[in-house]
Design a protein around this ligand. Structure first.
Ligand code: HEC
Length: 117
């Protein structure tokens, strides 16, 4: 085999590998772990509450988003109220019952609980 042909073949193999890997990792990112609401929270809630739930951004302060890590508040609220607030909204927080399934809201309630400090 000529040196040039050989190099060309290696190049094709390398490109195929890179494409294959990036496709595989993208496919993996689409798979949500059951019960893990992180992707949903990051996509729909973090703009106001922050990815860490602490609501520290300017926007969060502007809408008076709640600090979801507050232990005193966490002790006070029931899962039922969290579910209702996410479903129906509360003051400046929008309702999510048309955008999310009940199962997703259940997962979010559990996820919000994990923010507790
Ligand atoms: C547009 C900004 C905004 C978005 C987006 C948002 N929230 Fe809120 N959230 C708020 C505000 C403001 C409050 C405080 C409401 C109040 O006055 O008690 C709040 C309060 C809450 C509370 C406390 C409710 C209670 O009963 O005390 C929870 C839990 C919550 N948000 C979860 C979420 C989840 C989960 C999402 C994503 C599905 C989300 N939020 C998206 C603004 C937002």
């Amino acid at each position: 085999m000529k040196k040039q042909t050989q190099f060309g073949l290696w190049l094709i193999v390398a490109v195929a590998l890179v494409l294959g890997f990036s496709y595989a990792s993208r496919a993996r990112a689409d798979i949500e772990v059951p019960g893990d609401a992180k992707p949903t929270f990051d996509a729909k809630c973090s703009s106001c509450h922050g990815k860490d739930g602490r609501a520290k951004s300017l926007h969060a302060k502007h809408v008076h988003a709640r600090d979801l890590t507050d232990a005193v508040w966490q002790n006070d609220v029931t899962d039922e109220r969290l579910f209702n607030s996410i479903s129906n909204g509360r003051n400046k927080m929008p309702a999510f019952k048309k955008k999310l399934s009940e199962a997703q809201i259940d997962e979010l309630v559990a996820y919000v609980r994990r923010f507790r400090r």
